[in-house]
Design a protein around this ligand. Structure first.
Ligand code: IMP
Ligand code: MG
Length: 174
């Protein structure tokens, strides 16, 4: 079966949006330092690009989680595969995600991070599929709301491939 990727959001559109979010965060956190928490691997491309566009002081940390369940349906029970290196206590934390889908992974993760007593905890996602939401999650910064289609690129994978595409695309089979 042949596989091709249809462009949903071009590189220029994604870049412009990240610039916008970077400016917004810089305004919202004026006078503070932000601590960006990247959820690997999907959030990594977005976080690097976003961090470059934030003008207040930035520190970074990474974590990796795996959700129990199938590849296409997360169960909401999250296992920490790699925890953060640094404590969150007293920090102004922004969790950086590639996409919010059912919301299961993130609601669990945010609850867990809140217990570490950050000064504030916000969520920033490049993509959101609001139609798919099962558990309500408050998203503070959203790049794009997209329809219920499986997307790749900019960190998002299909079977570990396509993360390196500089745009967001939909995998089509024919
Ligand atoms: P959920 O919000 O707990 O359902 O899970 C979100 C996670 O599922 C994301 O962090 C992605 O890793 C993955 N995911 C959801 N939708 C897509 C998609 O369209 N393409 C690639 N990965 C996706
Ligand atoms: Mg993810």
């Amino acid at each position: 079966m042949a596989e091709r990727v249809r462009v949903l959001l071009s590189e220029a559109e994604v870049d412009a949006k990240i610039q916008e979010i970077g400016e917004q965060i810089s305004r919202d956190y004026a006078g503070k330092q932000v601590h960006l928490v990247c959820v690997l691997k999907g959030g990594s491309f977005f976080m690097c690009e976003l961090a470059k566009r934030i003008t207040v002081p930035v520190s970074l940390d990474f974590m990796s989680v795996s959700s129990y369940g199938s590849e296409t349906k997360s169960s909401g029970v999250v296992k920490i595969v790699k925890d953060l290196d640094e404590p969150l206590k007293g920090k102004d934390v922004i969790v950086i995600e590639d996409i919010v889908d059912s919301g299961r992974t993130l609601s669990y993760l945010l609850e867990m991070l809140r217990k570490r007593e950050p000064n504030s905890l916000a969520l920033c996602t490049l993509l959101d599929k609001p139609e798919r939401r099962v558990i309500d999650v408050k998203v503070d910064y959203t790049g794009f709301n997209i329809p219920d289609e499986f997307v790749v690129g900019y960190g998002l994978d299909y079977d570990q491939r396509y993360r390196n595409l500089p745009y967001i695309g939909v995998v089509e089979f024919n």
